[in-house]
Design a protein around this ligand. Structure first.
Ligand code: G3I
Length: 363
């Protein structure tokens, strides 16, 4: 027994000495200087350092400029940025002969300074239309000129700064028919193809995406999107990827996400989970609170989506982008007038448990 105790004490002493050495700096006069612990998951691990593909966020420019906690978190966690609003048509092209690049240029400068990729969102959408477009009077040629000039002026301005574009956004209804947008009305169904051709002419290096929501909710809209995209590819139209917005909710069936992601990957194009958030209050319950059980459910769902995405071929992984950063900044509570907690950071910009779910998704 005495001998066993001696052996144990000796073993502990050896272990202690070894640990002190591996976690310490230079011995000086018997005083050891502590250095960073060599834990595999160090406190310095971030989304951008941990994920095997780009991990981004949509950013709100006012917060980026004025909220130091938000700005620091964006710098620390992400390596890809999308503008939540300032690259939309109403912001960039407020009058026919007026472009305002101020805020979008600010974002590009910020991204350059901090080594981040910029994904452009979005060139042609049925929303965010300034009055001069909705009121525009002109024949088919005048509308075509409007479309082409709008796309090419913006893409040319950001050439070399914006690596990729959501060229067309949300062109489909949920029933799989083409949305009856002003673009469809004035230009006919093949306007979509021409948008890609015009964008490619202005910046042949930019990666061009079709972006939409709802792939994971059911097959109808998904099939329509994929059929349109495959049609463009087969005609040689320059499209490089599919943006799956993934404004999703925690209580969907688990197979929905994999089915949707795999269907997009089957096109052979790049896949961007472009606007990820996971709604926790889809029933609009005004009294709901964010319980530990909801937090755990959200953690598992973030992990699952990341796992499903990580399983598609590497060359097709353009990245995952969350739609803004924290629960305080999300569009969901305001849009649906309800409490919700859709993002990986809380109201104080602290990591929520689902942050770890994202990291665990690639383990
Ligand atoms: O900038 C004005 C501000 O000056 C004004 O005081 C304020 C008053 O309402 O409005 C501000 O503009 C708002 C803008 O966001 C900037 O914050 C608009 O009202 C508001 O409608 C706009 O909402 C955005 C929405 O798209 C429409 O552009 C949301 O923040 C943004 O999250 C949302 O993002 C969309 C994606 O682009 C496409 N996919 C769906 C996603 C969520 O709806």
């Amino acid at each position: 027994m005495k001998r066993e105790i001696k052996v144990l004490v000796l073993a502990l002493a050896v272990t202690f000495t070894a640990c002190s050495k591996s976690n310490s700096g230079t011995d000086s006069g018997g005083i050891t200087t502590p250095t960073t612990p060599t834990n595999p998951v160090t406190p310095t691990a971030t989304l951008q350092s941990s994920m095997p593909f780009p991990f981004g966020a949509a950013v709100n420019i006012s917060l980026l400029k004025n909220n130091t906690a938000y700005r620091a978190l964006v710098i620390k966690e992400y390596n890809s940025l999308t503008a939540e609003s300032v690259m939309k048509t109403a912001a960039l092209h407020p009058a026919q002969n007026t472009y305002d690049f101020t805020d979008a240029d600010y974002l590009c400068d910020f991204a350059k300074t901090n080594g981040k990729r910029v994904h452009g969102h979005t060139l042609i959408w049925y929303k965010s239309l300034p009055a001069w477009i909705t009121n525009f009077q002109g024949d088919a040629a005048a509308w075509e000129n409007l479309l082409k000039t709008h796309i090419q002026t913006i893409v040319a301005h950001f050439k070399g700064k914006v690596v990729s574009w959501d060229v067309v956004n949300e062109a489909f209804e949920d029933d799989g028919t083409l949305r009856n947008s002003i673009w469809l009305q004035k230009l006919g169904p093949d306007y979509i193809a021409r948008c890609y051709t015009y964008a490619h002419e202005a910046d042949p290096d930019a990666l061009l995406f079709y972006n939409d929501y709802g792939h994971e909710y059911g097959p109808t809209k998904r099939a329509a999107i994929l059929s349109m995209v495959n049609g463009l590819v087969s005609r040689g139209i320059p499209i490089n990827g599919i943006g799956m917005q993934m404004h999703t909710r925690y209580n969907l069936g688990d197979s929905n996400w994999a089915t949707a992601i795999n269907a997009c990957a089957a096109t052979g194009l790049k896949v961007h989970i472009s606007e990820l958030d996971i709604a926790m209050n889809p029933n609009n319950d005004q009294t709901l609170t964010y319980t530990a059980a909801l937090s755990e459910a959200q953690t598992q769902k973030y992990k699952l989506i990341v796992q499903d995405y990580n399983a598609i071929p590497k060359a097709q992984q353009f990245g995952i982008t969350t739609w803004n950063v924290s629960d305080a900044d999300s569009w969901i509570p305001g849009n649906y007038n309800r409490p919700d907690w859709p993002l990986p950071f809380d109201f104080n910009y602290a990591r929520k448990p689902c942050y770890q779910g994202i990291l665990d998704g690639v383990k």
